[in-house]
Design a protein around this ligand. Structure first.
Ligand code: PMP
Length: 354
């Protein structure tokens, strides 16, 4: 017989006592982490959804599974079929995992500027990888268009089209949104995150907007060089600037992002200096080893919390861990090459170990 304290502890854990079925059963139901030090410093309550705990290591496991389940339900992906996608990172890794688990062939087109580690990982996960010249979206040789063309030329082959297939946002509406709402006990003043496809922001934001009757303020946090925050503010596209962040920022309004324009009510652009400082601060104070998009998201959450006032409760997404980027983010030479070494306060420089 468990003590009352042990029962409470068990209830508050992420894991149910039941086993889940396979890789796909382990996607989602991630913990929501109260960021203690940052919350005390800000005077608000800041929470991060630990998407790095998904079995493929990122928030994109949800999209990969959602896109494939939707295609199966529509009958456009049949047993023994092939899945093709244009992706430079986490979506490809998520798709490669889910394809192995479900028995599909996985074909990935990616820009040839990507790291050898990513190519190796995708191949280790059984994917057929086609590195192609890194050319702009407008060019027919762009990796996304090559993925589309591959699907058109091969039988029983699905192009998942993560940017413009809104099954991506819908999986976040069904899973990420409800999980956050429940974990926050229905008390949530703000939700903010960055967007690549926009699926996470649109799906989660829509659910929280509906559940809160419009109370939860939904915001986008953008890296430099992305048009989304500027478009929200002025309806203009400004592509100037670049960022060290990977997997986020966008040069156009994707169909997934378009679905959040009706309820998006706040936007910010975060300079890389703030992102990198937060990345090291989260490591130092919270013990979290996160990728740059997560750090940018947390800067956005602090800004939104400040604009909502003391005591506000704000949630963001911790999209993945630093493991896929450590040779960059923790390298003195790389940080110097990006002009970012000076952005790291002296007491945090001890983490620059490579
Ligand atoms: N962070 C990281 C690290 C990512 O790889 C992505 C997806 N490319 C995102 C955030 C953004 O997610 P979404 O595509 O749902 O906008």
């Amino acid at each position: 017989m468990l003590s009352a304290a042990a029962r409470t502890a068990l209830r508050s854990r992420r894991f149910s006592t039941k086993a889940v079925e396979g890789f796909t059963g382990a996607v989602g139901t991630t913990p929501l982490i109260y960021l203690k030090h940052l919350s005390e410093k800000t005077g608000s309550s800041i929470f991060g959804k630990a998407e790095f705990q998904n079995p493929g290591g990122s928030v994109k496991d949800r999209a990969a599974l959602g896109l494939l389940q939707d295609a199966e339900e529509q009958g456009i992906l049949k047993p023994g079929g092939t899945v093709v996608e244009g992706t430079a990172g986490n979506t490809g890794i998520g798709l490669a995992h889910v394809c192995r688990a479900k028995g599909y062939k996985c074909v990935i087109f990616m820009p040839n500027t990507q790291s050898q580690e990513k190519i190796d990982l995708l191949r280790m996960l059984g994917a057929e990888v086609h590195p192609v010249p890194a050319v702009a979206y407008e060019n027919p040789q762009n990796y996304n268009h090559q993925a589309r063309d591959y699907a058109a030329a091969h039988p029983n082959t699905l192009w998942t089209n993560q940017f413009d297939n809104t099954a991506n946002a819908r999986v976040h509406f069904r899973t990420t949104g409800p999980e956050i709402w429940e974990q926050m006990g229905g008390k949530i003043d703000g939700f903010v995150c960055s967007a690549g496809t926009g699926g996470t922001l649109a799906g989660t934001g829509k659910y929280l907007t509906e559940q809160s009757g419009g109370h939860t303020k939904i915001g986008v946090a953008d890296p430099p060089g992305s048009v989304l925050a500027g478009y929200f503010k002025t309806k203009e596209f400004n592509r100037s600037g670049t960022s060290i962040t990977e997997g986020i920022g966008q040069g156009r309004i994707t169909d997934n992002f378009a679905t959040c324009l009706g309820f998006l009510s706040w936007a910010t652009t975060i300079p890389d200096e703030k992102t990198i400082e937060m990345l090291y601060e989260l490591l130092d104070t919270e013990g979290l080893y996160l990728g740059a998009s997560s750090a940018l998201n947390v800067v956005g959450a602090v800004e939104l919390a400040r604009s909502l006032g003391k005591g506000s409760r704000v949630v963001t997404i911790l999209a993945d861990g630093a493991y896929r980027y450590q040779s960059r983010l923790f390298s003195k030479k790389w940080l110097e090459s990006k002009g970012l070494e000076g952005a790291i306060p002296n007491h945090l420089k001890k983490y620059v170990v490579l």
